[in-house]
Design a protein around this ligand. Structure first.
Ligand SMILES: O=P(O)(O)O[C@H]1O[C@H](CO)[C@@H](O)[C@H]1O
Ligand SMILES: O=c1cc[nH]c(=O)[nH]1
Length: 237
């Protein structure tokens, strides 16, 4: 049955869904990495597709920007479409000095200034963490490709344009690698509804060094991240 935000029919989604923030990145992934991809939902232009990657049925759907948006789609995919695994494939802004543009980061945990996990966890601190098996598969796939990745803590911010620039120094001091806007919410939803989740990022900006990827470099490095995510799914038996 359709939900308020997803018009797909039962069974239209695969067990695993890759989720970029941008619905056009979902379309790009479906058209360039999956075979026989069918569009299964387009409510609000938040496109979702299901196709095949190396004989494995896989879906890809945009999440929109920010924790409220990904929380809606992730919850409905899990509770109404029987999705078991969600892998966010996003961009991020690095705050750690040792990280460079185009690096790939795997979010082992996600700190946040959002209240969502406190709302669901009786106002206690909830450790928003990746699913261990999905994380281990992504690290194994990266090793097989000889693709260097950084694994660690990211910060899911409610504000893209934060007025508090000192926050970035605090993050770096606490070994947070990068800032993005959804992982802590995704990990909270997965915990609440018994699913598995992981977030992988390409570094598109370096915040403290004020650097940005060119459009061309963004495309190439997203490709590496997407192939890493897809190949990590194949390691899942
Ligand atoms: O590239 P995506 O996946 O959208 O991720 C990042 O980009 C958006 C901000 O520009 C936020 O959604 C942030 O998390
Ligand atoms: O949330 C984000 C994503 C990419 N780059 C940033 O600076 N912030």
């Amino acid at each position: 049955m359709a939900t308020p935000h997803i018009s797909a029919a039962p069974g239209d989604f695969a067990e695993t869904v890759l989720m970029p923030g941008d619905p056009l990145r979902a379309k790009f992934i479906a058209e360039n990495f999956l075979t026989d991809a069918q569009c299964v939902t387009e409510v609000r232009n938040m496109f979702g597709y299901t196709g095949t990657y190396k004989d494995r049925r896989i879906s890809v759907m945009g999440s929109g920007m920010g924790i409220p948006s990904i929380s809606i789609y992730a919850k409905e995919l899990i509770t109404d479409y029987d999705v078991k695994k969600i892998i966010r494939v996003g961009s991020c802004g690095a705050v750690d000095d040792s990280i460079k543009l185009q690096d790939i980061i795997i979010g082992m945990g996600a700190s946040t200034d959002s209240k969502v996990n406190r709302i669901r966890f009786n106002d206690y601190d909830f450790a928003a963490i990746a699913d261990y098996q999905l994380l281990a598969n992504a690290v194994t796939a990266a090793k097989q490709k000889q693709l260097p990745v950084r694994v660690g803590n990211v910060f899911s911010s409610d504000l893209f344009y934060t007025p508090d620039q000192q926050l970035f120094e605090l993050m770096a001091k606490y070994q947070v690698l990068a800032v993005e806007m959804e992982a802590a919410g995704l990990y909270g939803v997965a915990a609440e509804y018994g699913a598995q989740a992981l977030a992988i990022f390409t570094v598109s900006d370096h915040i403290t060094r004020n650097e940005k990827l060119s459009a061309e470099a963004r495309q190439t490095s997203f490709k590496q991240m997407i192939e890493l995510a897809l190949d990590s799914v194949l390691l899942d038996k």
